[in-house]
Every structure is written in C-alpha cells, then in structure tokens.
Design a protein around this ligand. Structure first.
Ligand code: MG
Length: 267
C-alpha cells in the first residue's frame, strides 16, 4: 500500500456535548480556540466548528463565530470549517456564519433522521447554502449521513450548484442515519466519483473501526468530542482523540498531513 498524507479534522464541540457529559468539552470561544491549538500541535489540520451562547446552548450568532474564527486564524495555520448543520435552526440562521471568512463549511446534500429530530436539508436549503458558499469562496464539505446524499451531490454537480473537485465527509453511525458497519462504509466509498476526496467520521462506538477503515480505503479522518465522548470507557479529550488518530494513521504506514499539505490535497 502506497504511503500518503492523511488529514485529521477535529470537531471539538458540536451541538450536543456538555460539561456534564464530558468536562473536557470546550464551550466558550476561548476554550474552543485553546483546544484547537492543542489539537493542531497534536496533528489536526482542520477544525470543524460549532458555537455556543453564554448559556452553553448551540448558536449560529456571527459574533461568537467571529471570535472563534479570529482566535484560530490569528495564530494558527489550521483550516477553519464552519457547520451549517440541521441543528443550527432555520435557513437564514444556518447560513449566517457563511458571511465570515471561513475556508470550508459543511453542506449536507439530503435529509435523514438524527436521534431526536429530522436532519432536514430541503433542495431549496441545499441550493441556498451552496450558493452562499460559492459566492464567498468557501469550499463545501459534503456531509453524507446516508447513501442517497452521494447521488444527490452528483445531481447538484451536474446542475452547477456544486463544483469539482468534490470533498465528502462520510458520517457513520448517527442514530437514525446509516449504521457504521464496514459493508456500509465500503458501499459509500464505492459511490464516490473519481477524483473526489473524502474523510470518515465514526460516531460513538463505531469511531475507531470507521476511521481506521477510512484510512485503509484512501480517505482522511475526523475525530473529536462532537463525535465520541469516551476512549476505552474514560472521558476523552479532543487532544487524546487526535493523538489516537495519529497512531492509527502511522501504524497503517502513512503520515499525518500538516495544514499546508491539507490545502494542497483538498483545494
Ligand atoms: Mg458538526
């Protein structure tokens, strides 16, 4: 197997984790920036970002995102990626942070269920968010929670809403969406068009198996407390999850990409 550079994305906060669920969850902009710095030192090149208000609740407030964005880009070469996920609220809210100077943004190209709600991404919303990203020069990461979302991304490519090269995030094992099994991941991988790049996210108990298989299949990996709260039954930290991914990547004979190399691979 040919050795290559593998990109680690860290998703430090998400919308669900709290200090009660895991005391290491970064909540304030300052905590998020400091955690991203630790993760960068450990090997992460991309930060997938959500924000919280003063009460710790999910927010798409531009000012909060701006504080996080500036905190990261003022001192770190890390690629910033903002979430436009379904838990962010209505269309305008989900698109609000796209006015800022992020390099990437998540874009789900279809709907599924999350545990407690619909992961709703209507055709109108997808075109709205993709259009805004295109106008701002923000690179979409296509979030795939189920197989139809790959086919739908290809539809939007044909329609001109998305541009090549496509970059996917295969999100495995969200309750209500595709299960994180090797067969399912292999199937999604085989649906991707030639020339596409992809990262793999494994939620909860599927985490290590899915990211390991992602590397074996030629992909990149996402880790972080947004996706998994424990390592070997202990409270995880974002840094520990990045270091675990570094180990997996190196044990499989590859190297971890730095942010400069990640930009060359993705953009
Ligand atoms: Mg997210």
């Amino acid at each position: 197997m040919k050795s290559r550079k593998v990109i680690i994305t860290v998703a430090p906060t998400g919308n669900i984790p709290t200090k009660e669920l895991n005391p290491h969850t970064p909540i304030t902009p300052r905590e998020i920036v400091e955690d991203v710095e630790r993760c960068y030192q450990a090997g992460a090149s991309i930060a997938h970002l959500h924000a919280r208000d003063g009460e710790g609740r999910p927010t798409t407030n531009r000012e909060v995102f701006l504080e996080i964005l500036e905190g990261i880009t003022s001192s770190l070469p890390v690629i910033t990626q903002v979430s436009t996920g379904a838990r962010g609220g209505e269309q305008e809210d989900r698109g609000a942070p796209l006015d800022l100077n992020f390099e990437m943004a998540s874009l789900s190209t279809g709907s599924s269920n999350f545990t407690d709600r619909v992961n709703a991404n209507s055709p109108e919303l997808i075109e709205y968010l993709a259009g805004k990203m295109h106008k701002q020069g923000i690179v979409p990461e296509i979030e795939v929670f189920d197989a139809a979302m790959v086919g739908n991304a290809l539809y939007y490519l044909k329609k001109g809403v998305l541009k090549e090269p496509l970059h996917f995030n295969l999100v495995m094992h969200v309750p209500g969406s595709i299960q994180g099994t090797p067969k399912n991941l292999l199937y999604l991988r085989e649906l991707l068009p030639p020339g596409a790049t992809f990262t793999v996210t494994g939620i909860g108990s599927s985490h290590v198996a899915m990211i390991t298989m992602g590397v074996l299949l030629g992909g990149h990996v996402r880790v972080g407390l947004e996706d998994v709260l424990t390592v070997k039954d202990r409270e995880a930290t974002n840094e520990l999850l990045v270091l675990q991914a570094v180990n997996i990547i190196e044990m499989l004979g590859h190297q971890v990409a730095d942010p400069h190399q990640a930009r060359e691979i993705l953009f």
